[in-house]
Design a protein around this ligand. Structure first.
Ligand code: GLN
Length: 239
């Protein structure tokens, strides 16, 4: 594995970090370091320019106002588009997922998204709050998704993206599918720290970023216990 540092950028923690999104940064950095990879983490605030040469970009969840502002600033900055064109990995959560699409709704208005994923979001009949579980696209080769969701939006996928998962509990995009991915871009409604509950998803992002086909296994006793506990809670809540 390369001894060059893995560069992780956390985009706009001042706007998009409502749901413990720092946890995703910590998990990625820790799992990389445990494999002997040096890691540099950059927290880029919304009044700063986005670096274009990082390996992984994380965009967290947020309320409507900060979401709309964050999208405007990312569009004006242009750095994320350049990074994606150069092959960087992007992981977006909830608001950070919606704004990767062509448009989304915030505060009653349709807002322009970054257009990096072929999807658009509107408002649902009610807020989706609670456990979210799904069977992940088998092509990604990772176990089922375990998460928590809290969003008013619903997301409609175009032909240019694949759903991340088929919903087995909760709402996700529309009650049927959850999240989306294309190339090395992936979005989910599963909140921060989604990667604490889904270590295989963290490792997928690390593999995309490094080009490694496999990573040395880690002791995932605790995340496995958490996943088991949440699975049991979902099953118990079923009518
Ligand atoms: N504001 C968006 C919505 O309600 C995203 C919310 C979030 O990030 N949790 O759909």
């Amino acid at each position: 594995m390369s001894t060059e540092s893995l560069r992780i950028v956390w985009i706009y923690p001042d706007l998009l970090s409502t749901y413990g999104d720092r946890g995703n940064v910590l998990i990625l950095a820790r799992r990389a370091r445990q494999r002997g990879m040096p890691v540099e983490v950059y927290e880029v605030r919304s009044d700063q320019r986005l670096p274009t040469a990082a390996d992984i970009y994380l965009i967290g969840g947020g309320e409507d106002g900060p979401q709309a502002l964050g999208a405007q600033r990312m569009l004006a900055d242009g750095g994320l588009h350049r990074a994606v064109a150069q092959g960087s990995v992007v992981f977006g959560v909830c608001a950070g997922y919606q704004l990767l699409g062509t448009s989304f709704f915030a505060k009653g208005a349709r807002c322009q998204g970054l257009g990096l994923l072929d999807l658009e979001s509107d408002r649902g009949p009610s807020r989706a709050v609670g456990e979210l579980a799904g069977e992940i696209d088998p092509r990604l080769g990772i176990p089922s998704l375990s998460g928590f969701e809290n969003h008013g939006g619903r997301t409609h996928l175009g032909p240019g993206v694949a759903p991340l998962a088929r919903v087995t509990a909760g709402v996700g995009n529309d009650g049927q599918t959850e999240g989306a991915w294309r190339g090395k871009l992936l979005g989910t409604y599963s909140h921060g720290p989604a990667l604490a509950r889904n270590p295989a998803l963290a490792d997928l992002l690390l593999r995309w970023a490094t080009g490694a086909h496999q990573l040395p296994p880690l002791d995932d006793t605790w995340p496995d216990r958490l996943r088991g506990e949440r699975r049991a809670a979902v099953a118990a809540a079923r009518p």
